[in-house]
Design a binder for this molecule. Structure first.
Ligand SMILES: Nc1ncnc2c1ncn2[C@@H]1O[C@H](COP(=O)(O)OP(=O)(O)OP(=O)(O)O)[C@@H](O)[C@H]1O
Length: 205
């Protein structure tokens, strides 16, 4: 497993996030170095997805600051091409098979080992089924395989284990652990236990 090409760090200082003019989250502070992960907890509507969108650079902080560091450079937005964002909605195209979906993403990301990605999420058995016939958990696995192909240093994962069974949760833990071992950073909103290595951010409603 090769280390990522770039070392990227992310920190938040008293950052706050608004939605439609209303304050959703306030006072978020943390620092992540390469190899470190943060787990977001909180009830429905607490602002986990909103925070992930903010870290992805899709929403500006309403207050406080986000800082991204790469080498000596510091910015308030994610460095170009560094973020892999897994949202709630599956990005798989229903008319394509699981493998064809990943072939598409491999091309989009400029390469990648599709077979290894299918194996990483234990999707070889259903690789030739069209995504529209896959179960919700199988679709989520195909979606997760994109993380493997993307080769991005910063993973922002929103409920990656949604619809995923117990074996799938183990697979996700391994994908994330391998990502951190390569020097990536990860912020993951999940109710599943990701292990002791993770910093924790608990949001209240
Ligand atoms: N695009 C939007 N416009 C207006 N309000 C929004 C928007 N997106 C989210 N909100 C509101 O912001 C609050 C936080 O929502 P968010 O989806 O970030 O919570 P969450 O913690 O991810 O919830 P869940 O666990 O249900 O996924 C909610 O009250 C929601 O209604």
């Amino acid at each position: 497993m090769d280390r990522y090409r770039r070392d990227i760090s992310l920190s938040a200082e008293n950052a706050g996030c608004d939605r439609a003019g209303a304050a959703i989250v306030r006072g978020v502070s943390f620092a992540l170095k390469p190899g470190e992960g943060l787990q977001l907890f909180g009830p429905n509507g607490a602002g986990k997805s909103s925070l992930l969108s903010m870290f992805a650079g899709l929403i500006r902080p309403a207050e406080g600051a986000l800082r991204w560091r790469e080498g000596g450079a510091e910015t308030d937005r994610p460095p170009e091409g560094s973020v892999f964002f897994l949202g709630h909605d599956a990005s798989v195209k229903p008319a394509l098979t699981a493998k064809e979906n990943l072939d598409f993403w491999a091309k989009t990301y400029g390469g990648g080992d599709v077979r290894a990605a299918l194996e990483a999420v234990d999707a070889m058995a259903f690789r030739h089924l069209r995504a529209r016939s896959l179960s919700a958990g199988q679709r989520r696995r195909v979606d997760l395989a994109r993380a493997f192909l993307a080769q991005r240093e910063v993973w922002l994962l929103d409920e990656p284990a949604a619809a995923i069974d117990r074996d799938g949760v183990k697979i996700i833990r391994k994908l994330i652990a391998d990502h951190l071992a390569r020097g990536g950073v990860a912020i993951v909103a999940t109710h599943d236990d990701l292990g002791n290595g993770f910093k924790r951010l608990e949001l209240a409603r």
